[in-house]
Design a protein around this ligand. Sequence first.
Ligand code: AGP
Length: 622
Amino acid sequence: MCGIVGYVGKRQAAPILLQGLAKLEYRGYDSAGIAVRDGEGQAEVVKTKGRLSVLAEKTDNGNALKGTCGIGHTRWATHGEPNQKNAHPHVSGNCKGSGSGVVESEVVGVHNGIIENFVELKEKLLKHGYQFYSDTDTEVAIKLVDYYYKKYKMGPIDALSKSMMRIRGSYALEVMFKDHPGEIWVARKDSPMIIGIKDDEAFVASDVPAILKYTRSVYYIGNLEIAKVSQGEVHFYNLDTDEIQKELTEITWDAEAAEKGGFEHFMMKEIHEQPKAVLDTMNKVVKDGKIDLSEVGLTDEEIKEITGITIVACGSAWHVGMAAQYVFEDLARIPVRVELASEFRYRDPILDPKNLVIIVSQSGETADSLAALREAKSKGVKTLGIVNVVGSSIAREADNVYYTMAGPEIAVATTKAYSAQLMAMYCLAIQFGFVRGTIDEKEYSRLISELETIPDKITRILSDKERIQWFAAKFADAHDVFFIGRGIDYAISLEGSLKMKEISYIHSEAYAAGELKHGTISLIEDNTLVIGVLTQSKLYEKTVSNMVECKARGAYLMGVTGYGNYSIEDTCNFVTYIPKVDDHFMTSLAVIPLQLMGYYISVARGLDVDKPRNLAKSVTVE
Ligand code: AGP
């Protein structure tokens, strides 16, 4: 996820672009850049690695660049390390060095989204004499526009339309053509973009916060639409290059609400971004119904040789490992250990040389997880990182990396990154099983088809969130909450309990349901909330029995289970039903109501949901 801005009008563009990018930095912050042109002159590009402040300093807050038409970008790397040459804007010509300075190029542009077929497009362009200076999919898109612009000589609309017909993926694309001064051309598919208008000025942005300071009058450009943005004017076109009319909309949000996409907190916004995060992470490796790990870098031969897996992580990432161990062992019949990084790093672990150590980390900078990675490498064991931040320490130091595609996660309590990590694990486990022959072609296809239903099922659960909100309010003053389950349901309980603790400050424990009678059940008293996770068919009755034991001691029971298990209402005081998917993948669905429970209780208690006390988004110290 990145942030793009554009301005054309009577004022100097650069300061306006920087101010807009500052409002979008939550969308990405590993590098940034702007391109500004003054009248007929060539665009001048300035790009920097690091936070936006570096770009602002380099351009004297934009005052160093002259021109009333420009575009800008703040990056969250998906293809290509975070560095200056990969930063946007990108140009159709060849770049010496990092690509900053006045550029002799026909097309200059920025992009938010993912070009899924950029490799094949790059090969096509190389055959036509194009050279590439960056590792990004965006540079390919910009050069493709240039290719069609020069080949058919029918102007920007035609060049963009032909490019859109070739590109597969998502994009909010903004380009400037040398021959069309004072104009910004945009094209959109799936990635967000709005176009603001005010007197003789026009603004382009990924999101409302970037332009709210200037105007509340905006156009929402539709999917597969093109627009020409000039001083105070916007013209829209469809893919057939016919002009289309659009309604102007008035924005009613306040600035702060706008940054959160209209949600009250980043956490709720990110909870709602989970379907896309899960889908994009799956599409990273699932191509035409098959799993392709070539980008991850694990070959079939390596997969066949692995004798065991050790999953190492902290917090919620460790909970992903706790769920994934069951999936890997069931599907691939590989022994799996799950270790807390802070324990693993000091225990001089005994590792088989043919083990695979998987380090799971959203930030890729967690000190304990990084140290665990180095410990594993010191023993000569192959390492794989499942990481959300491109170019982070763990991503760079692991032998292989599977990048989750959750985009920047701002709330301290992880939700979409956790869900994306689960999806990455499922894909690995299915592929390991298939390559090692423990699942046949038919089961392979069935399991992949099951994965493909998860995003929509998450959306369906979220459509009923008010019911969780109502229930959560009843327990906002709880002192102790217990989450219990067996197998994968125990792993789900771990994550549900942590979500509750870290944002509502209510003491909570997750317990293997069968273990309660060995001591902890003594803590159950009248009205103690016990949340039973009941997604695993083979263990369902066993866990229900444990819940009944709690009820006999006064507990108030909440059940989380699949549609159809309605008999549970004879046991539970409250039940939240979720759509069913193959039992191996039920974590992805059962965790949603538990995320919502923690969120709503925290809100009911008036706490700082996004920045809970004592915590940091990335624990980069021991
Ligand atoms: C989860 O909500 C917490 N923010 C925390 O447990 C987190 O999962 C843990 O610190 C690991 O962080 P990482 O994924 O960035 O390594």
